[in-house]
Design a protein around this ligand. Structure first.
Ligand code: SF4
Length: 368
């Protein structure tokens, strides 16, 4: 049986407006607020065109590569702040583990698991407004040992930092500090009253001035407007952050935002596409809430984003690492490997996945 092919008419072959926008971004155009809002309002029937446009930009800067991160919740709960999304805050009644800073052995063991899981970056996260002197000393002491033994990049997420604290982290070998803006300047007071957006900005300036890389992102789905999401993305772009974790609110039971469900998977994809076109050459990570909100559309998110957490979040479970590796393999994407793989780490092929679940310490989400 012969198959007849209908000729494609020129108007049908014309690139979509999203493709043209992506090309302009690749040519150096800076996304306007109106264009960013139009992306968030993209009709669902144009979603694949939008994701293809985002992928053009992602491919230009990152090819098929994916960076994996591993979170270690090094101190959990006991926080005097009142961030409404956070299970570790003083106003949260969530049932979570609460403990002070983990021992050096536990932090080293977490680094081993991170290396086994092909993560290039080990994120040491402690709850709290800011690190105590003892906590800062402990992080500064363990980082050289982790780097020497496992060769991992280190991201420290310790809360508010001043210039001296940032300089100490830099001197200890920390590569990057995470401190999220979380939302826009004008929405910030709705989610937290015990510290300000400006204090978060000051921490990021201290991090930058110390010569550390900045990791900063936000949480979508906390009652903000589309304009707030665009304002946050603009602020991150202007700050020049290296890495942007995009969280989708997990409305954990016992937190003030419990039960809030404003998102759907298609909108989450539009958010990721907007971040890619706003910050074309920045690392964009699908962070907390990935599994809950993207659901079966998770793979599509990686056409805009180029990074994932592998394993659990701070106080909530993530997808099993084997499923992440399978997803990346199915997509034909490659995990970025460490420059040198330490002899004492038993790694696992991407297709096979790791076998270290039983040894995994309690790890978990992007909080601060
Ligand atoms: S996000 Fe950080 S500062 Fe805010 S309540 Fe949670 S642990 Fe405390």
């Amino acid at each position: 049986m012969s198959v007849s092919h209908t000729a494609v008419r020129p108007e049908e072959a014309a690139p979509s407006s999203w493709t043209l926008l992506a090309q302009r971004v690749l040519d150096g155009h800076c996304l306007s607020d109106q264009e960013a809002l139009a992306i968030l309002d993209c009709p669902d029937e144009e979603l694949l065109d939008l994701m293809a446009a985002a992928y053009r930009v992602r491919r230009q800067h990152f090819g098929r590569q994916v960076q994996l991160y591993f979170l270690m919740n090094a101190k959990s709960g006991l926080c005097p702040e009142d961030c409404g999304y956070c299970s570790q805050s003083k106003v949260s009644e969530a049932e979570i583990p609460r403990y002070n800073l983990l021992s050096a052995e536990s932090l080293l063991d977490g680094a081993r698991v991170a290396a086994e899981r092909q993560a290039r970056t080990y994120c040491i996260v402690i709850s709290g407004r800011a690190p105590t002197q003892r906590e800062l000393n402990a992080v500064c002491e363990i980082v050289p040992q982790i780097k020497d033994r496992y060769g991992l990049h280190i991201c420290a997420c310790l809360g508010l930092l001043d210039h001296e604290q940032a300089r100490r982290l830099k001197a200890a070998g920390v590569d990057r500090v995470n401190h999220n803006l979380n939302t826009s300047d004008r929405h910030y007071g709705e989610i937290c009253t015990t510290h300000t957006y400006e204090e978060r900005m000051e921490t990021l300036h201290a991090v930058r001035d110390a010569g550390l890389e900045m990791c900063s992102g936000g949480i979508v789905g906390m009652g903000e407007s589309h304009e707030d999401i665009v304002r946050m993305a603009r602020a991150l772009s202007e700050l020049g952050v290296h890495s942007i974790p995009v969280n989708f609110l997990n409305p954990i039971a016992g937190t003030p935002l419990e039960g809030r469900r404003d998102l759907n998977p298609r909108f989450c994809l539009k958010v990721l596409a907007m971040f890619r076109l706003m910050c074309p050459d920045r690392e964009i990570r699908i962070a907390g809430g990935r599994e809950m909100h993207l659901g079966s559309l998770q793979p599509l998110g990686l056409y805009a984003a180029n990074s994932l957490f592998v394993g659990d979040y701070l106080t909530t479970k993530g997808q099993a690492p084997d499923e992440d590796y399978q997803m990346l393999s199915d997509l034909g994407f490659e995990v970025v490997r460490m420059d040198r793989m330490p002899d004492n780490v038993q790694t696992h092929d991407q297709d096979a996945g790791p076998s270290c679940d039983a040894a995994t310490p309690r790890a978990g989400g992007c909080c601060h």
